[in-house]
Design a protein. Structure first.
Length: 151
């Protein structure tokens, strides 16, 4: 059943034409409307990695997206490192393999441009997301740790 559903999905580069769908998915998941945030993300893609965003479509409707980037030596991280910034799937289509298929395509695209490791950040208490990334093959990162200063 899941295989039939996934076979119907199309994965395409994220474009400004997907803005309304992305904003709506984000609203359903987070409960906030962040149109300006998403407009800037979509209109100012990473020039070194133009396929930094992908959407999953089903019968002409965007039902999920993934956005990320490639490092440029920030914090001593080489350009061979990719990042997954955000994955969003319409709640009506969650737990059906959409995020996995988006992630696999995103990682495949990163690999073709020489990326050898992919990072992401997950809230320690978000067990569903931690479980998802573990199933995708992610493990706890190396020596880097997240530091925070509340001001």
């Amino acid at each position: 059943m899941e295989g039939d559903f996934l076979a119907k999905l199309s994965i395409q580069p994220l474009t400004i034409g997907d803005l309304d769908a992305i904003v709506e998915i984000d609203r359903k998941v987070l409960g906030k409307v962040r149109e300006d945030f998403w407009r800037k993300k979509i209109e100012l893609p990473n020039p070194r990695y133009p396929l930094s965003g992908l959407v999953a479509g089903l019968e002409g409707k965007v039902i999920g997206f993934i956005v990320g980037e490639v490092s440029g030596w920030e914090f001593g991280i080489p350009e061979t490192v990719g990042w997954i910034s955000t994955i969003g799937v319409d709640p009506d289509y969650q737990h059906k393999g959409v995020a996995r298929k988006l992630s696999q395509e995103f990682i495949k695209n990163l690999k073709t441009i020489g990326v050898s490791a992919v990072y992401t950040l997950v809230n320690w208490s978000d067990w569903d997301l931690l479980k998802f990334f573990r199933a995708m093959g992610f493990t706890r990162g190396g020596e880097m740790i997240n530091l925070e200063l509340k001001i």
